[in-house]
Design a protein around this ligand. Structure first.
Ligand code: CP
Length: 358
């Protein structure tokens, strides 16, 4: 287990950029910090005096409170820069006089003042262009020497994936032989990003689980994510398959993770030059969504899973649409463990990339 590979690195496409051994190190460090937290051990020397700036272009409960608490438990400071109250950071071509400020300037200023910048962006602030938010984070990284932390963009939510791996490791003690199903589920909103399903299938494939991705037709994930999942599961000797059958996804699963995400027509797509190649079609997205209204997790689906099977959801969940109350509040549900593990996961990420050994 290597410990000196982390300092100064960005946490943006972490499922791709950090190798399996590095994910194992993060899990070990997070579980150690969790144990120490339970013992009420002082951890304030770990990032003493370091400052984390956060920018939320979208709403958040879990990510906001766990980053705020986490950096302070490690002895650092947390400052939230509301993009509506500062000058909204913008890329070239999206400037509005005296309302926006170029990312080149924002990133370099924050770099001089603090020690890391954490950003959440997807959907309307990213103009619904798939990949726009991810490349915005990379533009910050281009200008900032300090680490950039992805708090969920339109492609990935690696903090959630790490918390979920920790939760699975706690329950099963291993990843090998664990059957995980990431399934689409119905919600009255068509606007949820693909970040969680994409991060979870990538991380699970990287760690060697038997991964099933289940969704109705029209809700396909990014083809590049799918090829990486296939490559990772070959390397880790796990497995990866895609199905279009809700109940089948639950059969024999140790981990079920049914949640909503936006269908293919929800987003605008551009080529490498920024030219629009496919425009979003909300009418078609609504049609696809309503056609799959039956994809709701009930006790009937949970009965198909393994007897030791667990129900996961990153939250917030749309109760009565994605899932019945008796499932999310039932004995197989680990949703609150996942939320708590966000704290320990992010403390491990910050401890290693903002501090750590060179
Ligand atoms: N799971 C998650 O990222 O929750 P929030 O949207 O509340 O931050």
């Amino acid at each position: 287990m290597r410990t000196n590979n982390f300092r100064g690195r960005d946490w943006i496409d972490a499922e791709i950029d950090f190798n399996r051994e590095e994910w194992e190190t993060l899990i070990h460090v997070a579980l150690d910090l969790k144990r120490r937290h339970a013992m009420d051990d002082d951890q304030t020397e770990i990032l003493k005096g370091k400052t984390l700036f956060s920018m939320f272009f979208n709403q958040s409960l879990r990510t906001r409170c766990t980053f705020a608490a986490g950096i302070q438990q490690l002895g650092g400071f947390y400052t939230e820069l509301d993009p509506g109250k500062t000058y909204t950071p913008a890329r070239k071509g999206f400037d509005i006089p005296y309302k926006t400020e170029r990312i080149a300037d924002v990133a370099r200023v924050l770099d001089q003042v603090g020690d890391a910048i954490a950003i959440r962006m997807y959907g309307p602030p990213a103009h619904w262009i798939y990949g726009f938010a991810n490349s915005t984070l990379k533009e910050f990284a281009h200008y900032a020497g300090n680490p950039i932390i992805n708090m969920e963009c339109d492609k990935f939510h690696p903090c959630q994936a790490l918390a979920d791996l920790i939760t699975i490791r706690e329950r099963f003690g291993t990843f090998k032989g664990v059957n995980l199903t990431m399934s689409w589920a119905y919600s009255g909103s068509i606007e949820k990003p693909r970040a969680v399903p994409q991060s979870v299938v990538l991380a699970a494939a990287k760690m060697g689980m038997n991964v099933t991705l289940s969704h109705p037709k029209g809700f396909e994930l990014d083809p590049e994510v799918i090829s990486s999942c296939e490559k990772f599961s070959d390397q880790s000797e796990g497995s990866f398959r895609i199905i279009n059958d809700f109940d089948e996804g639950f059969r024999g699963a140790h981990v079920v993770y049914p949640k909503s995400w936006g269908s293919v027509p929800c987003f605008n797509y551009t080529d490498k030059t920024g030219k629009t190649v496919k425009e979003q079609d909300h009418k078609e997205a609504e049609r696809l969504n309503e056609a799959a209204k039956g994809w709701k997790t009930t006790a009937k689906q949970m009965a198909l899973a393994d007897k030791q099977g667990i129900y996961m959801h990153c939250l917030p969940a749309d109760r009565g649409q994605e899932v019945d109350d008796d499932v999310i509040d039932g004995p197989q549900s680990v949703v609150i463990d996942e939320a708590e593990n966000r704290l320990h996961a992010q403390k491990a990420i910050m401890a290693l990339i903002m501090g750590g050994r060179r």
